[in-house]
Design a protein around this ligand. Sequence first.
Ligand code: ADE
Ligand code: ZN
Length: 333
Amino acid sequence: MTPLPAAELHLHIEGTLEPELLVALAARNGVALATTDLAELRARYRFADLQSFLDIYYASLPVLRTDQDFYDLAAAYLERAAAAGVRRAEIFFDPQTHLGYGVPLATVFAGLSGALADARARHGLSADLIVCFLRNLGAEAADETLTAALPFRDQFIGVGLDSTEVGYPPSLFKAVFARAAAEGLHRVAHAGEEGGPDYVWEALDLLGVERIDHGIRAMEDPALVQRLRADQVPLTVCPLSNVALRAVNSMAEHPLPAMLEAGLRVTLNSDDPAYFGGYLDDNVAAVGRELGLGPEQFAVLARNSFDACFAPAADKRRWKAEVDAALAGAVQH
Ligand code: ADE
Ligand code: ZN
């Protein structure tokens, strides 16, 4: 089946590093890996929680060293995303990780921006970058990261907050998010993945975010659900990620249907597809199969993704018309 057009709004480019590319880049750059056996690498991708994933994810990233490495990483994702129906991608990356491994920001931006430009030319895919702050490194480091990124201001559209959630509440990052707002940057934050509803409240009220990444634990707080519905705050939900990191016990118990039922502006996303069992279309297939979502709900999710994205209004209208045309075509046949 042809996938519905959609925007992918929660995607860490580092989380698209497939074992094949990891091994190829390690060989290209002379970086030693614990194993180069693809089956063995994949076998390690079993996680108890967010931190056990992050430990493996960060440990793989020293293989990224040159413009070409970052280009190859993003080009592979964008090609796969285009095949999954993605028309618009808003892509997270973690500058602090690469700086920590001695890679200049200019290298990271050159490679990623080059791949984004080529994806537009090759696949008609619109994409932009969002700089994420690693919350476990603290507020001062986040502020230094924003300072380091601002010379590349024309190459990213916003800031986000990721990495270890519990113990690092959004309130710590109030000043750096205020600074980002003053620079005219969009603001998003991971909240309510492992952290409770209080993290979502703080992200909304103290950071002024325009979207919440994950947000599944918001469902534990009826007043918060009411707030998210009233303001139609987008929630970038990642079902395969939530199962892989045990944020939910099983796909059957995922709150996605309840979130839709509650009238929340939910979107579907893949988070770190190389680690969690698949890309956007794989997430669509999984929630169709295991949660019984049907065409009506997939149409809502696709429209939500375009409403929630940071692209120009004319693009959003065009993509939503494409969703309507795809649905009309599906009905006729
Ligand atoms: N970095 C990459 N994926 C992440 C996730 N799911 N949560 C927090 N930080 C991340
Ligand atoms: Zn994420």
